[in-house]
Design a protein around this ligand. Structure first.
Ligand code: UDP
Length: 246
């Protein structure tokens, strides 16, 4: 974000480096229930981003001193695989992954009915297999679907997307070049049923007017992603009725 660059982000036809219009999402794929040995799981692609999420619990909370006698805690772990980025990612937690795990956990706490499971832990693992900007949003989208797949009681599922700015123009769902060399990046997530914003960050600079437009663009896209999340869960749990012979 801080690096100035000579990259031209918008061509003479108004299209982006990857051929998208400014308000166009990347192709999104969501699959629920992809892992045998987790209580719930999901696989998500946002363009070139590939994310796996696995959920365990509610189960006994370890370490025990983290237990809360009035509700369950949500322990999230966001992790980038060493091969997920072009320069090898050093394995293990770093400042960035600790921050992302924390904000995702806080967003999920706004929908999971943790009060139903005092002293328990709900563990959410997000593994980034391939990264191309927007992985915290893809991770949260996957985590929400995996929690629902695990049957964890929730008020809603959470969609998320980033809106940013490059060449002075607002762009939906930034790709890596736009994220790394653009002017701003604003990831966000909402609770669709109430419209409440449960994750909002900003890297870079925008005017207040641009910020408000960016929020509108992102929230509209969140409702589209919400439909894809619900479709994935419906596909997973659709019961095929056997044909009855006459
Ligand atoms: N990235 C990278 N190495 C890192 C961290 C990030 O190459 O150690 C890339 C990766 O493609 C990531 C992008 O930079 O998706 C943007 O990172 P950011 O911190 O903005 O988070 P994200 O947009 O993925 O939520």
């Amino acid at each position: 974000m801080s690096m100035e660059s000579d990259i031209k982000f918008i061509d003479e036809n108004g299209l982006r480096i990857d051929g998208r219009r400014p308000d166009e999402l990347r192709h999104i794929k969501i699959e629920a229930g992809v892992l045998e040995n987790a209580d719930g799981s999901a696989y998500v692609e946002f363009g070139k981003n590939k994310v796996l999420a696995a959920v365990y619990g509610p189960r006994e909370c370890h370490p025990r001193h983290l237990q809360n006698p009035s509700k369950a805690i949500i322990q999230c772990k966001y992790n980038m695989m060493t091969f997920s980025v072009s320069d090898r990612k050093r394995p293990g937690p770093d400042r960035r992954s600790v921050e992302i795990s924390k904000i995702i956990s806080e967003a999920l706490e706004s929908v999971v009915q943790t009060e139903l499971f005092p002293r328990a832990s709900i563990d959410v693992y997000m593994e980034i297999l391939q990264a191309n900007a927007g992985t915290r949003c893809a991770g949260l989208v996957a985590a929400s679907v995996a929690l629902a797949d695990a049957g964890v009681p929730m008020k809603d599922i959470i969609p998320a997307i980033a809106v940013g700015k490059a060449d002075g123009k607002l762009l939906l769902d930034l790709n890596k070049e736009e994220d790394n060399y653009g002017q701003a990046d604003v990831p966000m997530a909402i609770i669709p049923k109430t419209g409440e914003v449960v994750l909002l960050q900003m890297d870079g600079h925008m005017t207040q007017e641009e910020f408000e437009t960016a929020l509108d663009m992102g929230i509209k896209a969140c409702y589209e992603i919400y439909e894809l999340q619900k479709d994935a869960l419906k596909r997973r749990y659709a019961v095929e009725t056997p044909e009855v012979e006459e």
